[in-house]
Design a protein around this ligand. Sequence first.
Ligand code: B16
Ligand code: MG
Length: 216
Amino acid sequence: MTQIKAFILDLDGVVTDTAEYHFLAWQRLANEEGVSFTREDNDKLRGVSRRQSLELLMGDHLSAYTEEQIQEMMVRKNEYYQDYLEQMSKDDFLPGARELIFEIKHRGLKVAIGSASKNAKTVLSRLEILDAFDAISDGYSVTKAKPAPDVFLYAAEQMRIAPEACAVIEDAGSGVDAALAANMTAVGIGPESRVGKAHYCYATTAGIDLDEILGL
Ligand code: B16
Ligand code: MG
């Protein structure tokens, strides 16, 4: 097995928990459009791109909208989401996430972000950790969203590390699929029912055992 030389971290759900802000923003849009949207529905949007999220939220209703109206709804939801992001600060890491990033660096390994979000750099700035990363691959870096491997392959390319020598940490099933498609080691965060296809699974970011993943 190739030695792991770099970690690629998903952002939402691994480093910080923006799911609640995404939920509140989508719910506001859903209310305005007269569509029901629950917390349970929101869990299906984990790791899913903005466009696909809107498609899941609107379901059959979407066929009544023009492309221009669809674009406007995505902009509107993003404005609501960005308003919530203004509340974020360096205290909003998930438990153990900040320590994990610096432990990876301390071990002489590279560390990157691989996120579907177009707001990834804003979130990392709010957390005051933007400069810690060797590469940031986000919703602007590639066109094909997870489960396509592109977002992680782009991060590996930026770091000049072979995909086989990268480990991805992900909380979404689509993200685990993307890591496996990229031929990387997949580390799942959350229940087996969601991320069980990963090579290693931990309930939370704080529970990650780097020695186990690195085979030490
Ligand atoms: P945006 P991740 C994903 O981030 C979120 O989990 C998902 O809920 C969101 O729809 C997606 O980013 C796009 O985000 O609207 O900010 O571009 O988990 O891949 O870090
Ligand atoms: Mg995620």
